[in-house]
Design a protein around this ligand. Structure first.
Ligand code: TRP
Length: 355
């Protein structure tokens, strides 16, 4: 995945810290819109990277809307796969993790026609060369190994702007690979206001909120991701968890130290221990010390199993209730349609396309 330039990244981090202060003071200023491509059920990289953060924002009283971006599934592949099944699995992961459908709206963008219609005026606001410069789109295209770039791949950042602006989301928790898309959304909001709204601030420019946790690594020491086959699923059993930790790469040094730069794999395990027990990773490293990777792995296994147990149990309970979660999604889609219809009405009025 592409890295944002350091200066942009530092600015985004500094701004994220300020936003956190504002949230603590007055969460009602914000509407969070974020989500993912439904390509499979979720792993602990998703959980610690984004889901736990969403639960935190929801609990802090920030209105939250989550998108399952089903049209984004076919940016880099030909088949949608079992979308209904995948969406159901992700709903289970969300709910088991503490996302509360009474507080958080969850929807799929293909079910919201008015959102998709915003794509047309938005496309008029960007040039092809701007689209071609998007570093994340370039990296994702490169990762398809020579597949011809589809029109949807080139333009999905514009679609993503519609995902965010249809509900006037103003805060977008994302990983750094999404920063170029957020910049495009801001550009589209600004240009829409200038070109079609006579300078009125109709769309506000949304801001990124960078995830506070570091990237979780998989068994091979690279970023946890389904395509690399290095994941630990959120629904993992004790046995699967133990196997995953056993396979996790460490290094040749016997003594455990916390050195994220020099010893990323060991630091990753210490990080997971810290996320699941609350113990500071440096303190854990000093305590384990000469116990080595064996002791570290035993502790990580126990802590992860305990941490994931209630999530797994709640997930199994919810899964036993048939299609309840799809009914929750239907309610989310209804609410998303209300928001999108209102925005499209405004857009039609502003653009003079009312007949
Ligand atoms: N592209 C995002 C990802 O791959 C998923 C996504 C779709 C998204 N629409 C969004 C994220 C709107 C934030 C806001 O992770």
């Amino acid at each position: 995945m592409s890295e944002a330039p350091i200066s942009t990244l530092e600015a985004a981090r500094a701004r994220s810290a300020q936003v956190e202060e504002q949230i603590a003071k007055d969460p009602s200023q914000f509407r969070v819109l974020t989500g993912e491509r439904p390509t499979g059920s979720l792993h602990i990289g998703h959980y610690f990277g984004t889901i736990a953060n969403r639960v935190r924002l929801q609990t802090a009283g920030v209105e939250t809307i989550l998108i399952l971006a089903d049209y984004q599934v076919i940016t880099d592949r030909d088949v949608m796969g079992d979308l209904r099944g995948t969406v159901r699995e992700i709903m289970l992961d969300y709910l088991a993790s503490g996302i509360d459908p009474e507080k958080t709206t969850i929807f799929t963008h293909s079910a919201v026609p008015a959102l998709n219609q915003l794509m047309l005026p938005f496309l008029s606001l960007v040039s092809v060369s701007e689209l071609e410069r998007n570093p994340t789109v370039k990296a994702e295209t490169a990762a398809t190994g020579g597949r011809a770039m589809s029109g949807l791949m080139l333009t999905y950042p514009v679609h993503q702007a519609a995902d965010i602006l249809f509900c006037h989301g103003n805060l977008v928790p994302v990983g750094q690979d999404q920063l170029p898309h957020l910049e495009m959304t801001r550009t589209i909001a600004r240009r829409f206001n200038q070109r079609y709204a006579g300078g009125e601030q109709y769309f506000r420019e949304p801001e990124a909120l960078l995830a506070p946790t570091p990237t979780i690594l998989g068994t091979d020491g690279t970023k946890m991701s389904k395509s690399r086959g290095n994941t630990l699923m959120l629904s993992a059993t004790a046995d699967e968890t133990a196997k995953w930790v056993k396979r996790a790469k460490t290094d040749a040094e016997r003594t455990i130290t916390y050195d994220p730069e020099g010893r990323p794999e060991v630091a990753n395990l210490l990080g997971l221990l810290s996320l699941t027990t609350g113990e500071d990773p440096e303190v854990a490293a000093a305590r384990i010390g000469d116990g080595g990777a064996g002791t570290l792995k035993r502790e990580v296994t126990e802590a992860l199993v305990e941490y994931l147990r209630p999530i797994r149990e709640r997930r199994a309970e919810l899964a036993a209730h048939g299609d309840d979660v799809l009914e929750m999604l239907a309610r989310g889609n209804e609410r998303a349609n209300e928001l999108a219809d209102a925005t499209l009405d405004d857009v039609r009025r502003l653009m003079g396309t009312t007949y």
